[in-house]
Every structure is written in structure tokens, then in C-alpha cells.
Design a protein. Structure first.
Length: 163
């Protein structure tokens, strides 16, 4: 679901892409996310950490866990999660269960699925459902076209393909 993004949204997404690159440079999958409170302050950021074998170490799940432990329900509802890639079903569910607010993503699950298919890669072990199929009450915005080529290149590098 594409929605108009602000310059502030794009700046936060830029940081997410930088975190995704940091993850890839460290041998991990290229995903990065941050949690921004109602005042615009970044409260938590993380990147994928699945290379150790725990495939649940997604930054969006870590954000949900951190928010549940550190923010009131009202603060969680007013917060925005920015992420380089649209939440997977696990992270979408965690986001909704914790009661976080809006999600803004740079690349959609649909895009990532299409890129992987184009490169001849097998689909992941979990269906690539859009956030609102799992968490219909969560407002979402994305993808952000200006970051698409850069995110595609990160995922191509992970896959070992030349684009």
C-alpha cells in the first residue's frame, strides 16, 4: 500500500537502509529498523541478527519486545516503526500484539518475493503476506520508490547475483 511519505519518513528509512547495509557487511541478512516516538526521537534501532542460527532475530521483533518492556500502551500506539523491508507475518503479529502504531517500509514483501523469483531463489519458509493481511488494524505506508534500487542491490549481494 503506497502512501505519501514525508521527508522525515524518508530520512528514517534512509537510516533503516544503512542498518540493513551494516547487517549485510556483518554477514547477516540486509534488514534494519527503528522505533520513533511521538516526539520524533529514535527510541530503539536494530538490524537483522539471524546469522547465528536463530531465524527469529528480526529487528522488527526486537523493536516489539523492547517497546513492550519500556513504553506504555499509549506511547506504543503513538510510535512509528520504520523498516527497510515490510514486516514478515511473525513481525506483523508481534507489532499488532504489542500495540505499536504506524509502520513505514522502504521495500515491500511483494518486491522482495519478485526479486528472489527473478534470481531463481526458492521462496522463504513463511508466506510473504502483506502486513495488513496479518495485522489489519495497523496503518502502513510504503514502499518508497527512491530506495528500491539500493535495497534490491543489497538483497542481490546477499543472494550472490549480479544485477
Amino acid at each position: 500500500m503506497t502512501a505519501q511519505l514525508t521527508d522525515t519518513d524518508r530520512a528514517h528509512l534512509r537510516r533503516c537502509v544503512d542498518l540493513a547495509r551494516e547487517a549485510l557487511d556483518d554477514g547477516d541478512e540486509p534488514f534494519g529498523s527503528l522505533l520513533v516516538d511521538a516526539t520524533g526521537a529514535v527510541r530503539f534501532e536494530d538490524r537483522n541478527r539471524v546469522k547465528g542460527g536463530d531465524q527469529t532475530r528480526h529487528p522488527e521483533l526486537e523493536i516489539a519486545r523492547w517497546a513492550a518492556a519500556h513504553l506504555s500502551p499509549e506511547e506504543r500506539a503513538a510510535a512509528v516503526v520504520y523498516t527497510s523491508g515490510e514486516h514478515c507475518p511473525m513481525c506483523s503479529a508481534a507489532h499488532a500484539w504489542v500495540g505499536l502504531g504506524r509502520i513505514v517500509y522502504a521495500a515491500s514483501s511483494e518486491q522482495l518475493t519478485a526479486w528472489r523469483r527473478e534470481w531463481g531463489l526458492a521462496p522463504g519458509p513463511v508466506a510473504a503476506l502483506p502486513i495488513q493481511a496479518v495485522a489489519p488494524g495497523v496503518p502502513v505506508a510504503g514502499p518508497e520508490a527512491s530506495l528500491s534500487d539500493e535495497i534490491r542491490a543489497l538483497h542481490a549481494r546477499l543472494a550472490g547475483v549480479t544485477t
